[in-house]
Write a protein of this length. Sequence first.
Length: 196
Amino acid sequence: MAKVIVGASMSLDGYVSGPENSGFDQLFRWYNSGDIEITTTNPELSFRLTETSAAYVRGQIEDTAALVVGRGVFDTTGGWGGLHPLGSPVVVLTHQVPEGWEREGKNFIFVTEGIEAAVARASELAGDKIVGVAAGTIGSQALAAGLVDELWVDLVPVVLGGGTPYFQSLGTTPVDGPFSVEQGIGVTHLKYRVAK
């Protein structure tokens, strides 16, 4: 059975992007803070990480078998040029399949029936590996629906002052931890379990 993780780089004031989709240069600076190169499926995108962050990212790449994102992330990234850098299939929760894309293609699956259907489809694809869910609106919907097993926060020492929060419109959700704390350069990797 798949484990469902919500994860993202987050500023000290709780944002995964700044005002008007800004701040990514600051939130992702840690991806180039070391000497160990990690390559992705995109030959133009690689990371240079510290030993701690490299082990952390390698684990994510090896263990993540499907992703769930919203239409906003999909559109902002331009659909990652047709293939996500992790190489995992991406389930996109949307109201309408974008023009020029198939409802269920090789790398992208568009789900219009809600967060439960999106996570269920991603879980089918992931088997007993990890389903990574984007923080923000989609992650908050999954958490509120009781679908999330763990929260992973890459805490970055920057204050963005506004933008898209890691969590949106939540009630109370019991969380245990952190059960893992790893200190990189310019980032602290935190993992929490969601109490069921």
